[in-house]
Design a protein around this ligand. Structure first.
Ligand SMILES: NC(=O)c1ccc[n+]([C@@H]2O[C@H](COP(=O)([O-])OP(=O)(O)OC[C@H]3O[C@@H](n4cnc5c(N)ncnc54)[C@H](OP(=O)(O)O)[C@@H]3O)[C@@H](O)[C@H]2O)c1
Length: 344
């Protein structure tokens, strides 16, 4: 029998891709939606929508009833101060786990982050000790620790995947790249791990359907520097320009932006924590968790992944140049326009 899977954060960037993927697999997921107006985003899917808020325990009790597995993505996923993010990332996760234990949910999959690690001179593997970065990394690491204790006591299967930078159509980064320019804060020579959002959704699904438990960083098959990431973007989207900002200047600008958005009571995207995070060396050993499940990323490097994202999300006028350069598709025997529509 197919398990009933609850997805939190279903209307977010990764959650939406995951919800689509689960629905396409015929798993009819249950989707926790916080803002009623965002139900529209998932209304076309073969899924059930339940209203709920991580900060409203009664709504969580209702949402988890009869659920076999939870894939927990929801929360204020921004590089902000600890006081601003811990209410959802930490307290909300603990409240969800409490409700899950009460309802005898069998498995809990938690989307954590590479920002639970400090900058590394070696690749990160499952044995690398945690050293959280910024308020966001701290809230995630604390949530991991408490969820582990709770799951152990309750005898529940817990899988913690520390996701790398996840990119895809609709991500905040690509929203900026679509505009044709962005600042690269710092030299961009640090090595970072990435993953295409489709592979994040696939991996979360496969872990949910398996018996895999434990905690591990995950990524695609090849970390790269930000400089390379943007260079590949530009190769596929020549209209795009990135401007290098010296690190100190970027930090100063971010401090001003934080103050400005703070006055408007709106979240700032480019915070000082975001600039610092961007400049860490966070390269994950390829194959972690993927190998355990006998799988490979569909987009093993940013070369394949960015080609796909540019094809899907950039203005139509630029597509011919993308097709010419899109080696991964050419190697597969054709450009994306010749592929069946569901693969585009
Ligand atoms: N994207 C990455 O590169 C990346 C990397 C590592 C880890 N992660 C983790 O992966 C998860 C998903 O990331 P994302 O990029 O998809 O984030 P996102 O686009 O910001 O989505 C966050 C989701 O959480 C929901 N949410 C926020 N507060 C909530 C609350 N109080 N109750 C219930 N739901 C709430 C949001 O609902 P609304 O739609 O109503 O706002 C949204 O659906 C996050 O936990 C993040 O920390 C992401």
């Amino acid at each position: 029998m197919k398990p009933t899977i609850l997805v939190t954060g279903a209307t977010g960037f990764i959650g939406l891709e995951l919800s689509r993927y689960l629905a396409a697999q015929g798993l009819k997921p249950r989707l926790l939606v916080r803002r009623p107006d965002r139900t529209l985003l998932v209304s076309g899917l073969d899924a059930t929508v339940v209203p709920g808020d991580l900060q409203d325990p009664a709504s969580l009790d209702r949402a988890v009833r009869g659920v076999d597995t939870i894939i927990h993505l929801g929360g204020r996923a921004l590089f902000e101060r600890y006081e601003l993010v811990q209410g959802t990332l930490l307290q909300g996760s603990v409240a969800l786990m409490r409700a899950a234990i009460q309802a005898n949910v069998g498995s809990f999959i938690f989307a954590s982050s590479l920002l639970t690690y400090a900058s590394q001179s070696e690749v990160i593997d499952a044995a690398t000790p945690l050293q959280p970065q910024g308020g966001y990394g701290r809230a995630k690491a604390e949530a991991e620790h408490i969820l582990e204790e709770m799951a152990k006591t309750a005898g529940m299967r817990l899988a913690i995947l520390r996701l790398p930078h996840t990119y895809g159509p609709g991500s905040l980064l690509f929203d900026q790249i679509r505009r044709g320019w962005m600042f690269q804060p710092g030299p961009g020579t640090n090595v970072y791990s990435h993953m295409h959002v489709h592979d994040s959704a696939r991996l979360l699904t496969e872990v949910a359907l398996s018996n895999w438990s434990g905690s591990s960083p995950v990524a695609d098959a090849q970390p790269c520097t930000w400089r390379d990431f943007f260079r590949v973007c530009r190769e596929f989207y020549p209209y795009f320009r990135y401007l290098r900002l010296p690190y100190g200047l970027a930090l100063g600008g971010a401090a001003l932006a934080e103050g400005f958005f703070g006055l408007l009571r709106r979240p700032a995207m480019m915070t000082r924590d975001a600039i610092r995070s961007f400049n860490l060396n966070l390269a994950v050993q390829p194959g972690l968790v993927w190998d355990d499940l006998g799988l490979n990323p569909e987009f093993p490097t940013v070369r394949e992944g960015l080609a796909d994202v540019v094809c899907r999300s950039m203005p139509f006028a630029w597509r011919p140049s993308v097709h010419d350069r899109c080696r991964c598709y050419l190697d597969k025997g054709g450009c994306p326009v010749n592929e069946p529509p569901e693969k585009i």
